[in-house]
Design a protein. Structure first.
Length: 488
């Protein structure tokens, strides 16, 4: 029995999906793994990875595949299409090179349509009523180095008018040739946005981009607003409270605003943050469901009765999240005890292979952070915050360090170690900081912009250390995760 059938059987036994109230999206939610493109496992895939997948698709002959043009560095930008219906839908992804979540979902959707055994009726219905065009990875040069901008350091989404980049030109000329009814502008946003003032991350944010500074609603934008309302209702079943609206300030240089103005009902989809999903695989699944749902709803025209008040009710993105919030710590200074919360954010730094990242932590805020929350959010009431120490008695090789019992060192307040030989690396895949040159010191400063390295004590005993922003319980060494930095 294949995986699909097993899952379907479970659903049948539970009496959920295949009843009279057949729920397409819910069925997709449970059967997603069957369609997931397994060769894309994290955010750091490259143009060469998708070229392979596209040439496989070409062999299957369901999709029409063409090269729409080439990027500044000569990488092909592909246009794929499927279906024979009258309503045209155009989806484009990753015009920002480091925003790959929806590209992964598009390849899952290609698998969905390529499969010949499941959801036959729905697929036939969608493909006889719509023709769907896809442009995955509009900015392959940016994706190569996991950067937002293209090889000319131009933000493609500020080049919709001037069209000085080959990539923006290609996107615009395909758009002009299609004059699609619906457009999907697929991006990733800061994972630290929250849905309004709630303590919930904005996992997906929508926008029907405005057509002018006055934010007027014409018929074109109205269709986008209604469809978003319907998608919001559908998606709220799976991620209640986690859906938001992107800032609706008019940006005449952006593609979404320009396409909406030019007559295609355009929907911005921003993939945000989700607890314990750094590679955004759950968010990819949500994209898969919401985009297929949108295609079905466009084929049916079923979103037309959704009142605009649903869209209006969606909260805007707010910046309410830190990566880490440590609460109610006691700081002793000049004989007085001060209660502080500390907000810490990680910067993701790309390693030289362009496929792995390490994290560099910074103290972003100190004080009363009760109106914020953190992906890691810990009440440390009763704990005193002190400087972490450097172990000076011996210097280590990296191999030796990996073998030491970190717990024993943590218990004594040591989180910084000295290396035998200077190395050029900038990080260490272990929660300890290394000093490459013996004369240097790592000083803990509890101030904005400093690196968070400290120990937390209660009744004179060290229970926690914080190493490069990673909070570690000293007696639970199996749970140690994170990376330290190397000071050169
Ligand atoms: Zn973007």
């Amino acid at each position: 029995m294949d995986k699909f059938k097993t899952i379907l059987l479970i659903i049948l036994l539970n009496g959920i999906a295949m009843s009279q109230n057949y729920d397409f999206e819910q069925s997709l939610y449970y059967n997603y793994e069957f369609f997931k493109e397994q060769s894309l496992q994290n955010r750091f895939f490259k143009h060469s990875d998708i070229v392979k997948l596209i040439s496989n698709l070409q062999k299957k002959k369901l999709f029409e595949v063409s090269v729409a043009g080439k990027s500044f560095e000569g990488r092909e930008i592909f246009l794929l299409s499927v279906g024979s219906g009258k309503k045209k839908i155009f989806l484009w992804s990753q015009m920002h090179g480091d925003e790959p979540t929806a590209t992964m979902a598009l390849f899952d959707i290609f698998n969905f349509f390529s499969d010949t055994t499941h959801y036959k009726e729905v697929k036939e219905f969608i493909l006889t009523n719509t023709k769907i065009y896809f442009m995955p990875m509009v900015n392959p040069d940016g994706a190569e180095v996991f950067k937002r901008r293209n090889a000319l350091s131009i933000d493609l989404n500020r080049d919709a008018n001037r069209l000085q980049t080959p990539e923006a030109n290609i996107l615009m000329s395909v758009f002009d040739s299609l004059k699609a009814d619906f457009g999907f502008n697929l991006h990733d946003q800061n994972h630290r946005y929250s849905a309004g003032n709630s303590f919930k991350s904005a996992v997906i944010s929508f926008l029907a981009p405005p057509i002018n500074y006055e934010k007027e609603v014409d018929d074109v934008r109205l269709n986008a607003i209604k469809l978003i309302g319907s998608l919001f209702k559908m998606l709220s079943k799976y991620v209640p409270g986690h859906i938001a609206k992107y800032s609706d300030d008019y940006e005449p240089r952006a593609f979404g605003d320009t396409f909406q103005r030019k007559g295609t009902s355009t929907i911005l989809v921003e993939s945000g943050g989700w607890q314990n999903d750094p590679e955004k695989q759950f968010i990819r699944k949500l994209n898969f469901i919401l985009l297929l749902s949108a295609m079905k709803q466009i084929a049916e025209n079923s979103f037309q009765n959704i009142p605009t008040s649903v869209y209006e009710s969606i909260p805007f993105n707010q910046e309410k999240i830190f990566d880490v919030v440590l609460r109610n710590l006691t700081l002793e200074k000049n004989g007085s005890k001060i209660k502080i919360d500390i907000g810490i954010n990680f910067e993701e730094v790309l390693d030289s292979d362009n496929r792995t990242i390490y994290k560099k932590a910074t103290i972003e805020d100190i004080g009363d952070l009760s109106v914020f929350f953190g992906y890691t959010d810990v009440d440390l009431n009763g704990y005193k915050i002190l400087d972490a120490k450097t172990y000076n008695e011996k210097s280590f090789t990296i191999d030796e360090l990996k073998k030491i019992d970190l717990t024993e060192f943590y218990k004594k307040g040591f989180v910084n170690f000295i290396l035998k030989k200077a190395i050029s690396k900038e990080w260490f895949e272990y929660p300890a900081n290394l000093i490459s040159n013996k004369k240097d010191e790592i000083k803990t400063k509890i101030e904005i912009g400093a690196r968070p390295n400290f120990v937390l004590t209660k009744n004179g005993k060290i229970d926690y250390v914080v190493v490069n922003g990673f909070l570690q319980r000293v007696d639970e060494n199996s749970a140690y995760k994170g990376n330290g930095l190397i000071k050169k």
